[in-house]
Design a protein around this ligand. Sequence first.
Ligand SMILES: NC(=O)c1ccc[n+]([C@@H]2O[C@H](COP(=O)([O-])OP(=O)(O)OC[C@H]3O[C@@H](n4cnc5c(N)ncnc54)[C@H](OP(=O)(O)O)[C@@H]3O)[C@@H](O)[C@H]2O)c1
Length: 284
Amino acid sequence: MGATGATGNALVHSLLTSGTPVRALTRTPNTPIPGTTGEHRPAVEVRYADAADPHSLRTAFEGAGRLFLAMANGPAQVELETRVIDIAADSGIGHVVKISAPAAEPGSPVAVSRGHHAVEEHLRASGLPHTVLRPYAFMQNLLRLAPGVIRGTILGTTGDAPCNYVDCRDIGDVAAAALTRPDIAGGTYTLTGSEAVSHPELASRLTALTGHRIRYVDLTPDELRADLIRHARMPAWLADHVTEIQQLTVARPETPTTTVGDILGRPPRTLDAFLHEHHAHFRR
Ligand SMILES: NC(=O)c1ccc[n+]([C@@H]2O[C@H](COP(=O)([O-])OP(=O)(O)OC[C@H]3O[C@@H](n4cnc5c(N)ncnc54)[C@H](OP(=O)(O)O)[C@@H]3O)[C@@H](O)[C@H]2O)c1
C-alpha cells in the first residue's frame, strides 16, 4: 500500500531492482506508478485499493503473501490502518511491514505518533507476524523548504537542536529487506541517516551549496504554526503536527542509529549527497 507515496514508491523500486514481484496498490490505478514504466513495467501489477472501502482491500489482498502498510497522515489514519490490518488478517497475509514514527507511545507529545502507537498495538493484537519501521524525518521533506530557501530563509522552532534525517530510498530498501529476509522480519527498527543536523547547520550547508546566503530564523511554536497555516497553507492538523515534531526534537535530543547500515550492509545515504543531488530545487 502507499505505492505512490514517498516510502512505498521507494520500496517498489527496491523490490523491482531485486526482481521481486510486487503488487502496487493505489486509489488511482489508471495513473502510472512513478518510475515503473519502461523496462520494469511487466513486474508491477497495479490494483485499486482504498482503505475506506473494505471490499477493495479484500479484492486487492487476494493471493498476496506480505503487505507493506504506509498511509498518509490525516484525521482518519488510525481508523484506515486498523481496517487494513483486520482485512489483511482475514485474507491470510503472512507478514505486515508497517511504517510508524519515532515516539510511538501512548503519552507521546506528537498526536500522529500516538496514532501510530494505537496502530502498532492493533497490529500486535492481530497476531499477524509484523515488522515496524520508525523512520525519523525524511530527507525528501526538505524539498518543501525550497521556496523559503530560494528567498533566503529556513523557519523552524528547534534552535540549535540536531535533527535526524533519513533518505526514503533507504527506508524502501529496509522495508524490502523486512519483507524478504527472515533475519530482519519481526523487529521494530528506528531508522536514521548517519548524522543529526541542526537547522542553523542545514542553512549553512545550503548557503555553501547554492552560493547565496540562507539564514535560519528560530520562531516560537505558535509563530511557526501560524506561518505554516498562513503562508504554507497547511491545514491546522498538519501545522500542529509539524510544530509538535519540532518541539519533540528540542525535548528529546536526536541521535543517529546504526540500524540502516546494520540491516543493509552499507552506510545510509548522506544528507550532503541528498542536497547535492537536489541542488537545482534550492537555487535561485
Ligand atoms: N514524512 C516524514 O518525515 C515521516 C517521518 C516518520 C514517519 N512518517 C510516516 O510515514 C507515513 C507516510 O508515508 P509516506 O510518506 O510514504 O506516504 P505519503 O507520501 O504521505 O503517501 C501517502 C500514501 O497513502 C496512500 N493513501 C492515502 N489515503 C489512502 C486510502 N484511503 N487508502 C489507500 N491508500 C491511501 C496514498 O495512495 P494513493 O493516493 O495512491 O491512493 C499514498 O501512496 C505516515 O504515516 C507518517 O506518519 C513520515
